[in-house]
Write a protein of this length. Sequence first.
Length: 218
Amino acid sequence: MEGYITSIVRQKNDKARASIFLDEEFAFGVCDQTIEQFRLRKGDYIGRELFEKITDFDFFVEAKRIALAYLNYRARSEKEIRERLAKEDIPEAIILRVFEFLKEHKLIDDAAWSKAFVNDKLMRKPVSSKQLAFGLKQKGVPKEVIEETISNLNEQESDESRAMQAAEKRWPRILKSESDPRKQKQKLYTFLAGRGFAFETINEVYGKLAKDKVDEKD
């Protein structure tokens, strides 16, 4: 694509972008930052090499804008940002440059994001380390970051402790709805297994709850 700029027209649907016309025909759209970067003016000649530089820069500016707007809503994992940019058909080379920019300005950090993700999940309900790790994996968090996040969490609070928190809330409802001890046990196991807790952990929790139940009767 080459030719002389015959007009630069502000786009109706996006006031921050303009349409560039070469030899009276629409050629491409660019943002204001790109216009200023290359000092594009009516009468300028756009050759193929310059056109490639312009579109490369404009892609980068637009990709940054999308990423920053996406991050403005809430913290995101690298995978989430990558998928968002990919939806806009942004080239891989541009995406890599956007990540360099975001990391340079400390706008993304999978370790910090993972910690926030785990805290948010646990504020809603107690779940197992296994379930939290699976959630992080689905978000595309690197294995080593997941392991460090879960290790730090378990230093503060064990799976058994979280399982007991969940069980203590559910146990009264189970006792109220079931008089058969076998069904009580089965319901508790099903409930805690749904939160990702291991059989050994559930067994320990049930043992304590059952003991407390007997002690209350005595």
